[in-house]
Ligand binder design. Structure first.
Ligand code: GDP
Length: 529
């Protein structure tokens, strides 16, 4: 049986629940497992270490061996649980990792023994320090011949990180993610650190936590991996997640088992959302479904106004200026495509582009149509959306325009890559779109000496003296050019509007026929679509 202890929430403003001070009765607090994030430079072995730990668990026959990668998992070690967050080791996720460290109790900084401290190692240490999260240094790849571990201790100390042997407090563990050497000692060190942190939570309150990753599943709808940080998450709970509402339909643990409850420090996958939340979104459980729906609506409305007020997004067209102005070191990109394979191919191709001083961060890549959630993410992170083999509908186009988000669609990866390269170098030609101005009917042909003039009637819109025109005969466009002269009652006119007659001559054309239509249009430079 489950009793909800009356929760003491300092309700500042329910809409800003991230800012709420959550107070639990000391007696309702129970120990909870530590949440660990592994960080470090690319190729230093983060994934290998996570996989080694995960596989050991599977090898120990914890369950049929079906671990699904849900972005986080939990291991049992000496009867204690440890939760690992499997943040993508990619540089693209710096922002997410920065947030990641706030749901993390302990950071493991992986340093390859044969490579030493690198920029992302320093960045990871900075993140951990900034978030005041204790970290452990794991020096990896010690199975490699000729590695000099002492050198790394010196590098660390030069970066103000003093390991225990050097009189500091930082645990320094030599490991091999390949052979597993030192990994048990690393897990011990994690547990010792956790013990000192006295991590507690109240399993009897409604769940509070963070979204680790989220996506749209064809069958299940929006689906998210979340970390329960305090309280317990139950099937049927009403949550506000970022600016979405969620009535929890299914809860699956990291071993793909359906569960009914997930307690503190547990990563689970849940469904039941009204929309796809964003990675990093906080969530909170509500006792009252109506209240939760109300708060979610409010937050959504507020987010939209905030986004509208925000600075206009970045477009492919103005990349170069912003790079030159030093505003952009990172180009955030969202890729949507007809299938996951092509999303990955596009991602791979974009990440290979090298322009000095600028890097491309693919912040989301998914199969499927461009959604409002993509536009929100793009708007919030100044990202450009690339659609591959898909076309946004008019609602999405409008929304993108409102929020200043550039959507570019392509059918050929090469074209996409070329455009991005050109944009980065400032060589991209502006994109123009035809915008129809009006429609004119030719009612008589007037010949004055050598000149042939079309006597016209403006049926719709407007004709201007600099309009581009298309001559349509029997429904078929036969000629495209510009106006060379526009007259109204024998005088030159700048423009003639609906319902009026005018005389038109078209540049390099004189073969007018009564009944021909002249469509007038202009080419507008467009931002995105
Ligand atoms: P990540 O980018 O930090 O996630 O690094 P990966 O886990 O993908 O590892 C990068 C490369 O280093 C891969 O080729 C791994 O097989 C290799 N590697 C990782 N850990 C070890 C190790 O302990 N010993 C050796 N010899 N190779 C390792």
């Amino acid at each position: 049986t489950f009793n909800i202890v009356p929760e003491k929430r300092e309700i500042v403003n329910e809409i800003d629940f991230e800012a709420l001070e959550i107070i639990d009765e000391p007696k309702s607090l129970k120990n909870r497992p530590p949440v660990v994030t592994i960080m470090g430079h690319v190729d230093h072995g983060k994934t290998s270490l996570l996989d080694y730990i995960r596989n050991t668990r599977v090898a120990e026959g914890e369950i049929g061996g079906i671990t699904q990668k849900i972005g986080a998992y939990q291991v049992d070690y000496h009867g204690e649980k440890i939760t690992f967050i499997d943040t993508p080791g990619h540089a693209a996720f710096t922002a997410m990792r920065a947030r990641g460290s706030y749901m993390t109790d302990i950071v493991v900084i992986v340093i390859a023994a044969d490579d030493g401290m690198r920029p992302q190692t320093k960045e990871a240490i900075d993140h951990a320090k900034a978030a005041k999260v204790p970290f452990i240094v794991a020096v990896n790849k010690i199975d490699k011949p000729g590695v000099e571990v002492e050198k790394i201790k010196a590098e660390l100390s030069a970066y103000d990180v003093l390991v225990e042997e050097w009189g500091g407090s930082i645990v320094f563990q030599e490991i091999s993610a390949k052979t597993g050497k030192g990994v048990p000692e690393l897990l011990d060190a994690i547990l010792t650190t956790a013990m000192m942190l006295e991590l507690k939570a109240n399993p009897l309150r409604k769940a509070i936590g963070t979204v680790i990753e989220a996506k749209l599943d064809k069958g299940l709808g929006p689906i998210a991996t979340v970390l329960v940080q305090n309280g317990s998450l139950r099937v049927g709970d009403s949550l506000v997640v970022g600016s979405c509402f969620c009535r929890v339909r299914l809860i699956k643990d990291d071993l793909n088992r359906l569960v009914k409850v997930a307690g503190p420090s547990t990563p689970v996958e849940i469904t039941g959302f009204t929309d796809v939340p964003d990675a990093g979104d906080k969530f909170m459980g509500y006792d009252d479904e109506k209240k939760a729906r109300f708060v979610a609506e409010k937050r959504k409305a507020r987010k939209i106004t905030q986004l509208r007020k925000g600075t206009p997004g970045v477009s492919l067209q103005d990349l170069h200026e912003r790079i030159l102005a030093g505003e952009m070191q990172t180009i955030n990109v969202i890729i949507k495509s007809d299938n996951q394979g092509s999303s990955e191919a596009v991602k791979g191709a974009l990440e290979k582009i090298e322009v000095e001083g600028v890097k491309i961060d693919v912040i989301r890549f998914q199969a499927g149509a461009i959604t409002e959630s993509d536009i929100s993410l793009a708007s919030a992170s100044n990202a450009i959306i690339f659609g591959f083999n898909i076309v946004p509908d008019s609602i999405i186009k409008r929304k993108a325009q409102e929020e200043g988000v550039d959507i570019r669609v392509y059918r050929i990866i090469y074209d996409l890559v070329e455009d991005v390269k050109k944009a980065m170098k400032g060589l991209l030609k502006p994109t123009f779109e035809e915008s129809v101005q009006g429609e004119v009917e030719i009612r008589q042909i007037i010949t004055i000496s050598k000149f042939v003039i079309a006597g016209c009637y403006v049926r719709d819109g407007v004709v201007k003296n600099d309009s581009k025109v298309r001559l349509i005969r029997d429904g078929v466009p036969i000629y495209e050019s510009t106006i060379s002269s526009l007259k109204r009652l024998k005088n030159d006119a700048k423009e003639v509007k609906t319902g009026l007659e005018c005389g038109i001559t078209i540049e390099n054309f004189s073969d007018y026929k009564v009944g021909d239509l002249i469509q007038t249009f202009e080419m507008k430079e467009i931002k995105g679509i």
